[in-house]
Design a protein around this ligand. Structure first.
Ligand code: PRP
Ligand code: URA
Length: 205
């Protein structure tokens, strides 16, 4: 398991504004999308490309074309906030959905929805802003592995060390790209200092 923390001053300022409890849902949604753009750029740093050539107004230029487009899979609900960043940067992306909800008492995720495109051999960008206990991400990776995805990169906004450890034990080959690794979890399995309940802040619930 690799965990990469995006180290960029703009990502840091966006994350700081997301953490701020005074940030309202309208701004929270905008900031999530902007930060997700930085996460997508980092996650696709190793995307395979092929050589190509284009005509410029003044001659020819050697360039690169993507050799394949990953599949995006947001975990509902909160992962939806990151999806537009992916579709903007990768317009040909196919999108699947996994619905998971954490039980408030046990913190175990319950699955309530799944709609995935064919994934055999695919590279999946799994979108979930919070990696807390890691239970939800691991359950989503179970489903992606069962569908024979070849490579999984989880894009997260904030990760807890406990979640990274748990996901690494369940799915050692998964790559994590995050904007921060925080201190840990509180007694309700919320990330500290974190930013609170991402889904509630994103959707104003
Ligand atoms: C949140 C978050 C993750 C999960 C992380 O979702 O978006 O999916 O919790 O926690 P874990 O790492 O301990 O599993 P939640 O279940 O609250 O649903 P929501 O996105 O619909 O708000
Ligand atoms: N889910 C959230 O939305 N926030 C946390 O801190 C943990 C799980």
């Amino acid at each position: 398991m690799t965990a990469t923390v995006v180290d960029h001053p703009l990502a840091a300022t966006l994350l700081t504004a997301l953490r701020d409890r005074a940030t309202p849902p309208s701004l929270f949604r905008l900031l999530t999308k902007r930060l997700a753009l930085a996460l997508v750029l980092e996650a696709t740093r190793t995307a395979p490309t092929t050589a190509c050539r284009v005509e410029t107004p003044l001659g020819h230029a050697d360039g690169r074309a993507l050799a394949g487009v990953p599949v995006a899979v947001p975990i509902l609900r909160a992962g939806l906030g990151m999806l537009e960043a992916v579709t903007e940067l990768l317009p040909d992306v196919a999108v699947g959905y996994i619905g998971l909800e954490r039980d408030h008492a046990t913190f175990h995720p319950a699955a309530y929805y799944s709609k995935l495109p064919p994934l055999a051999g695919a590279w999946v960008l799994l979108l979930d802003p919070m990696l807390a206990t890691g239970g939800s991400a691991a359950a989503a990776c179970d489903a992606l592995a069962a569908a024979r995805a070849a490579r999984i990169t989880l894009l997260s906004v904030v990760a807890a060390p406990e979640g990274i450890r748990h996901l690494g034990e369940r799915h050692p080959a998964v790559e994590v790209v995050t904007a921060a690794i925080d201190l840990g979890l509180d007694e309700h399995a919320y990330i500290v200092p974190g930013l609170g309940d991402f889904g509630d802040r994103l959707f104003g619930t």
